[in-house]
Design a protein around this ligand. Structure first.
Ligand SMILES: [Zn+2]
Ligand SMILES: [Zn+2]
Length: 169
């Protein structure tokens, strides 16, 4: 299986397309083009993606979060299978590098990972700054996970910090 620096277990986490690959006509493991933020991409199979037939457009605001010269990292992220975002690409950054996307978590995942802590407090402690700034009542957001809200979980490869981005329909 293909491994990606910034995306763990991608086959479990990406959205596959029912359309054939626009480059080779394959029906196997075609990534849904919507998440590439690139109007020319409808569907691309994993092997064409590997051969760089299609790239994800990385928004400037994400590039700007990294201070060092990041050509190599950007190149890597462009050819990483995209998260099935509900709103927009909000790839997380920590320790001056892109984080690894580890998947979408449901309530039971937070409960399991919280161990002896209160799962709602644990969930709140992982929220990224922007999501946290929008929260009036953490219980409402918590109860909406798996309904209208998806919790996308990232991990920093350097400090192991987890960061959660919530997006709602
Ligand atoms: Zn293809
Ligand atoms: Zn970090």
């Amino acid at each position: 299986m293909e491994e990606y620096k910034y995306h763990k277990n991608f086959k479990k986490n990406v959205m596959f397309s029912k359309e054939k690959c626009q480059f080779c006509g394959s029906e196997i493991d075609c990534l849904e083009g919507t998440y590439f933020d690139n109007p020319e991409i409808k569907s691309v199979c994993v092997s064409c993606f590997k051969r760089k037939k299609a790239e994800v457009l990385i928004p400037e605001f994400i590039k700007n979060k990294i201070k060092k010269d990041l050509n190599q990292e950007i190149e890597e992220l462009k050819y990483t299978p995209p998260v099935p975002w509900i709103q927009y690409n909000d790839w997380q950054v920590c320790c001056d590098d892109f984080c690894i996307f580890i998947g979408e978590w449901k309530k039971e995942d937070f409960i399991r990972e919280a161990l002896d802590y209160d799962p709602i407090e644990f969930f709140k402690s992982l929220l990224n700054e922007y999501t946290l700034s929008l929260v009036d009542d953490i219980n409402i957001l918590w109860n909406d996970i798996g309904n209208n809200t998806a919790a996308f979980v990232f991990e920093c490869a350097k400090c192991n910090r987890k960061i959660v981005v919530c997006q709602s329909y």
